[in-house]
Design a protein around this ligand. Structure first.
Ligand SMILES: *[C@@H]1O[C@H](CO)[C@@H](O)[C@H](O)[C@H]1NC(C)=O
Ligand SMILES: *[C@@H]1O[C@H](CO)[C@@H](O)[C@H](O)[C@H]1NC(C)=O
Ligand SMILES: *[C@@H]1O[C@H](CO)[C@@H](O)[C@H](O)[C@H]1NC(C)=O
Ligand SMILES: *[C@@H]1O[C@H](CO)[C@@H](O)[C@H](O)[C@H]1NC(C)=O
Ligand SMILES: *[C@@H]1O[C@H](CO)[C@@H](O)[C@H](O)[C@H]1NC(C)=O
Ligand SMILES: *[C@@H]1O[C@H](CO)[C@@H](O)[C@H](O)[C@H]1NC(C)=O
Length: 273
């Protein structure tokens, strides 16, 4: 009897002790730990992002981490915008497997967009706009089938836009303007079939090497129309300036001559005492 009681008591104590721990998720802990290591926070804007919180960032729907939102004890939203963050995006973000929204916009993040994000099967919002991210847009992110928003504007991204992006059926916002992208705009994005939202030139502007509808077609080698017009206008302007200067000099000389003549006339008119 006493033995059974002891076992029961032990079990109760252990369960009670383990319960809060069982709520935390080792994947989320790995995700947050690595992310906080890869980000640099020179202005100490990420208060309370301390190691002790990473092991247990959520209490049900409550988050202990500023910028994080929890759902059922898991991180499901990370929004760290306009915090002057530097450093890079850790590939271990992919360990936050319940992540539905990732917004790291308006910081000074460098490095590339980790292809590992492809394992975030619930990801609907990816906003990495207004940073200094370089490298290519990893085609793997199109494996996140629920993506609604891909906003990568104002970065230093190079390479082509992966054509598979256009296959994301739920995509309703797409912006890669002001990067260093090149190559053709996939027609799967600009001229999507059926009722899928089509993306106009606003999504693509500010990339020197991008071409094709809804931007102008490929210009090829040699002088572009714009360059020819530029040269024409430029030489026109130069000759205008030159003739204007000529006229000015001529006027000046004439003026001086007239002044001299005037002086002569005046001295002639003046009686000599
Ligand atoms: C940071 O943690 C302290 C106590 O640990 C708490 O009082 C404060 O509200 C937290 N700040 C934020 C922004 O969550
Ligand atoms: C970004 O943060 C700065 C300083 O904290 C603030 O002045 C500015 O209004 C913020 N910008 C946006 C768009 O929130
Ligand atoms: C966590 O992410 C890293 C980097 O993507 C990956 O190598 C590792 O397998 C992930 N861990 C788990 C448990 O998924
Ligand atoms: C992404 O974030 C920026 C800056 O925080 C915001 O202005 C923009 O609207 C966001 N993009 C989308 C598609 O919501
Ligand atoms: C867009 O697609 C339609 C049907 O596939 C085609 O007829 C049309 O020429 C395309 N427009 C452009 C600008 O590519
Ligand atoms: C592009 O589409 C957006 C909304 O989808 C609209 O606000 C904007 O005016 C459009 N721009 C052009 C150049 O058509």
């Amino acid at each position: 009897m006493a033995a059974v009681f002891t076992v029961l008591m032990l079990c109760l104590l252990t369960c009670a002790g383990l319960l809060p721990l069982s709520l935390s998720d080792p994947n989320d802990e790995s995700c947050l730990t690595h992310l906080s290591e890869s980000l640099k926070d020179p202005y100490k804007n990420l208060q309370n992002w301390t190691k002790s919180v990473f092991s247990n960032p959520c209490n049900g729907f409550t988050s202990y981490l500023p910028g994080a939102t929890c759902n059922n004890g898991r991180i499901y939203k990370l929004s760290l915008t306009n915090l002057s963050l530097q450093g890079s995006i850790s590939p271990f973000l992919s360990n936050c497997t319940n992540l539905q929204s990732l917004d790291l916009s308006s910081n000074a993040l460098t490095g590339s967009i980790p292809a590992d994000l492809q394992t975030l099967v619930n990801l609907a919002v990816l906003n990495l706009s207004a940073n200094r991210l370089d490298g290519e847009i990893p085609p793997q992110i199109t494996l996140c089938a629920y993506l609604n928003v891909i906003d990568l504007h104002d970065n230093l991204l190079t390479g082509q836009i992966p054509a598979s992006v256009g296959l994301l059926l739920r995509l309703s916002a797409f912006d890669v303007s002001n990067n260093r992208l090149s190559g053709p705009i996939p027609t799967t994005l600009s001229n999507r079939s059926g009722n899928l939202p089509k993306f106009n030139s606003t999504s693509f502007l500010g990339n020197k090497g991008l071409y094709g509808y809804p931007l102008p077609p490929f210009k090829g080698k040699g002088l572009s129309v714009l360059a020819i017009v530029g040269i024409g206008l430029g030489s026109g302007f130069v000759s205008l300036v030159l003739s204007f200067t000529g006229v000015c000099i001529w006027l000046k000389i004439t003026e001086q001559k007239m002044a001299l003549e005037q002086e002569g006339k005046i001295s002639q008119l003046m009686p000599d005492y």
